[in-house]
Design a protein around this ligand. Structure first.
Ligand SMILES: [Zn+2]
Length: 194
């Protein structure tokens, strides 16, 4: 299982966009980074949305199921569709809206304060995969209806398709990352004559 783990891009600036980015090079290579339930678990942890109770983390609760993996991909594509709609590339679909709403409404445990020997501690159950999906869906709602919606861009590399919120001061960020597509574009410019 340790072989060939695909690195997740976290360049979107928002959990919802980072989640959408788990499918790379859309429409050409379709690089699926959520291939196994373990990938979904790993995304939850790497994104910071999965709060593992450090001392007692057995990761049993945390581990996603095959069904949750399917759910995750469906939610991801709904968020992608709605983001494209926000960018004016396609009409928004009511089925996508319904799916995002369904996950956003998923009941999750709230953190709690615990008083132990006079000191405050934070008590939080381990986040399940479903809780991670709920958090992603809620972020999607915040993003697509909030001020950052106007700053959503996709990478200018035509095959990349990664989405991000352009928080640069000039609002002219062109690439998902300079290291990734920016450098490639620079190379092309240097090579092309004239
Ligand atoms: Zn890119």
């Amino acid at each position: 299982m340790a072989v060939d783990l695909l690195e997740f891009p976290f360049i979107g600036g928002r959990p919802a966009l980072n989640f959408v980015g788990t499918l790379g090079k859309r429409g050409s290579e379709d690089i699926e980074r959520l291939r196994t339930p373990e990938d979904l678990t790993r995304w939850g942890i790497e994104s910071g949305l999965s709060k593992a109770a450090s001392a007692t983390a057995t990761s049993v609760e945390l581990t996603a199921s095959a069904v949750e993996l399917q759910d995750a991909r469906l939610l991801r594509e709904a968020l992608y569709g709605l983001t494209m709609a926000t960018l004016g590339r396609a009409p928004a679909r009511s089925t996508d809206v319904a799916l995002v709403n369904e996950w956003a409404a998923h009941e999750t445990h709230a953190p709690a304060l615990v008083l132990r020997s006079g000191a405050l501690h934070r008590d939080e159950p381990e986040s399940t995969a479903a809780a991670v999906l709920a958090a992603v869906a809620r972020d999607g709602i915040d993003l697509l209806t909030g001020p950052e919606a106007a700053s959503i861009r996709d990478c200018e590399d035509p095959t990349c398709t990664l989405l991000f919120v352009d928080t640069s001061r000039s609002h002219r960020r062109r690439w998902c990352s300079m290291a990734r597509c920016g450098a490639r574009a620079k190379m092309r410019t240097l090579r092309s004559p004239g």
